[in-house]
Write a protein that binds this ligand. Sequence first.
Ligand code: NAI
Length: 338
Amino acid sequence: MSDARFRVDVFSAKPYDARFLDAAAARAEAPVSLVYHDMRLTERTMPLARGADVVCAFVNDTLSAPVLDGLSDFGVRLVALRSAGFNHVDLKAAAACGIQVARVPAYSPHAVAEHAVALMLTLNRKTHRAYNRVRDGNFALDGLMGFDVHGRTVGIIGTGLIGEVLARIMTGFGCRVVAHDPVPNPACLALGVTYLPLAELFAAADILSLQCPLTPATFHLINDETIAQMRPGVMLVNTSRGAVIDTAAVIRGLKSGQIGALGLDVYEEESQLFFEDLSDRIIPDDLFARLLTFPNVLITGHQGFFTEDALTAIAETTIANVTSFLSTGAPLHPVKAP
Ligand code: NAI
């Protein structure tokens, strides 16, 4: 390129992405030109990356074999994810076409863990309903009753960075914390967390929170069979990835009362919905529309990561991945195929 700058094409770019990435690139004096595309990366939009050296993608961008092949043909050599999760990348295809993949392994586990707690507390004490009632001059308390979180059992599936922070927070609430993870976390053990086989965890938890990655082993981990093993009236919170939950099964669980409350920050088919203003459109997804009808369901649009601290860290690590790739040929945090 004429100014010897490397071109980084940023997909699914919102104004806040540009603000934080521009600032991080300036602070690092990175020799990059950031080109922002507000649309998602798909087979259709991929040609926008013609001329790019690096593509920077987010959670709902498509990184399938055809897209990666196309990017490779354009000369793209690095996909820098602005996320921790990489379940949406065809890693075999990336390796086959010589594209390296980088991610942001840790930015703020606090952001996501705190959001999971926000969902729990809102569902429990119904502050979202109370807010509207009081503004409407309705000070009746019927329907707003919750329970003391203190003394309840919280089950955490996945005790990595986020799960550990959540375990600390819930311990602070005076909860008993039980967990399931193929690799127990020593910090959680030191905290007094008890690791249990899944069936025992389901039987024990009053509140169940998912903090595991989406893998073949966790795909539809929450299904008819596992819901039947849970405590009647369990509160289920998912801030991990949508497809860890079988949505149709959860709707059946809500209808029967087996699931007492559901908090979601992620949804299996969210790529068709989240991060866009669709308020003047018809939602074609009947499962999502059904979820919205339950008074005991609270959905946020994948905002667990959305704090100033996390966005600063995401931008800094993303720029560090790119500059490391430019100077050494390898990003700072490569994604390794599991
Ligand atoms: P991490 O890699 O530090 O921890 C994941 C933990 O899950 C590890 O301890 C791992 O052993 C465990 N795990 C793997 N397979 C499991 C299984 N079958 N059953 C139970 N546990 C299993 O990841 P981190 O940073 O804690 O993030 C967890 C997930 O949260 C990410 O993979 C991502 O999908 C999601 N996430 C969501 C965000 C949001 O905005 N809602 C933002 C960031 C991450």
